[in-house]
Design a protein around this ligand. Structure first.
Ligand code: 13P
Ligand code: SF4
Length: 302
């Protein structure tokens, strides 16, 4: 049944000249039919060198928007156009203008998990895998980090030479991972290494053995001699972790490591999106011109 649907998807992709990009947080069966699967940084890099005329994005809206910003001439279609990241909306253009007015020497650093409108008023974008590298290279001393406070605090700790101003945005999935649950998992599995995404809270980060983006977590576990890992990020990564490491064991830290927006993307919706090609990302020329600059700057600096 799903074999047959996968064949249909493959055929439609060829017929319509579509490349499928998927984030590690979508379901494994969707990751399996994608041409490229990765973290946010990998997907934005990949998006700059594609030969197909159309992109189908299996992820949340800001990811499709980034693909469109980097490929304005291509049609970018979402597998589910209601899949959106709540954190992307946790800062406003007004708040950024307010903070800009308070500092002369300020860079607005915008996590890619943000809307195109927020990117348009930012100086540079970052992802969880390149934030440190990018912010370190900025000439400004004052850094307004939006929208995610936890990632901002994680980067700030590593760069004491900068003065950070934080915004109170958060990812509800990563915020729900509690240090108590991590310690419980450690009691069950004392030899397991704790691998954590920097959107988690400071106390979880403090008890972790490694902190990195989804791709970095997967690479770390794959290259490690250790056989057991406690994974503090969204459960979608378990698919690739297990594919690459069939003999290693991966433990979750509770039942809420689940992004309901990423999980809106299903194989049925991928097939429908390929048939109709109608959930298109549409941005004005002006917005594309402005919001693309910080993304390109990120690619140059990282
Ligand atoms: P990365 O893709 O950078 O690991 O970020 C995870 C995330 O929350 C995407 O929504
Ligand atoms: Fe947004 Fe968190 Fe879901 Fe990532 S996991 S898309 S940051 S809500």
């Amino acid at each position: 049944m799903s074999e047959c649907r996968n064949d249909k998807i493959h055929k439609l992709k060829q017929e319509k000249d579509v490349v499928i990009l998927a984030h590690y947080y979508v379901d494994g069966e969707v990751q399996r039919i994608a041409d490229y699967v990765g973290d946010s940084y990998f997907l934005s890099k990949v998006a700059t060198g594609l030969e197909q005329k159309n992109i189908l994005f299996c992820g949340v809206k800001f990811m499709g928007e980034s693909a469109k910003l980097l490929n304005p001439e291509k049609k970018v279609v979402m597998a589910d156009d209601l899949a959106d990241c709540p954190m992307a909306h946790m800062v406003t253009v007004e708040k950024i203008a307010e903070v800009r007015a308070q500092y002369d020497d300020l860079a607005v650093v915008c996590y890619v998990n943000s809307t195109a409108e927020i990117k348009a008023v930012s100086d540079v974008c970052v992802t969880s895998s390149n934030a440190l590298r990018v912010v370190e290279k900025l000439p400004q001393k004052n850094i307004f980090f939006v929208p995610d406070e936890n990632l901002g605090r994680y980067v700030a700790k590593k760069l004491p030479q900068k003065n950070f101003i934080f915004n109170d945005g958060f990812c509800h999935v990563h915020k729900s991972i509690s240090v108590e649950n991590v310690m419980k998992a450690k009691e069950v599995c004392p030899d397991a290494l704790v691998l954590t995404h920097p959107e988690c809270t400071e106390d979880v980060i403090a008890v972790s053995d490694f902190v990195g983006s989804t791709s970095e977590i997967i690479d770390y576990a794959t290259n490690s001699d250790c056989e057991r890992f406690i994974i503090c990020t969204e459960m979608g990564v378990f698919f690739e972790l297990q594919e690459k490491n069939p003999n290693k064991k991966f433990y979750s830290v509770g039942h809420r490591q689940f992004c309901p927006n990423m999980k809106k993307v299903t194989l049925d919706k991928v097939e429908q999106a390929l048939l109709n090609m109608d959930s298109e990302i549409v941005l004005s020329e002006k917005l594309i011109e402005e919001a693309r600059k910080p993304l390109q700057r990120m690619l140059e600096l990282s």
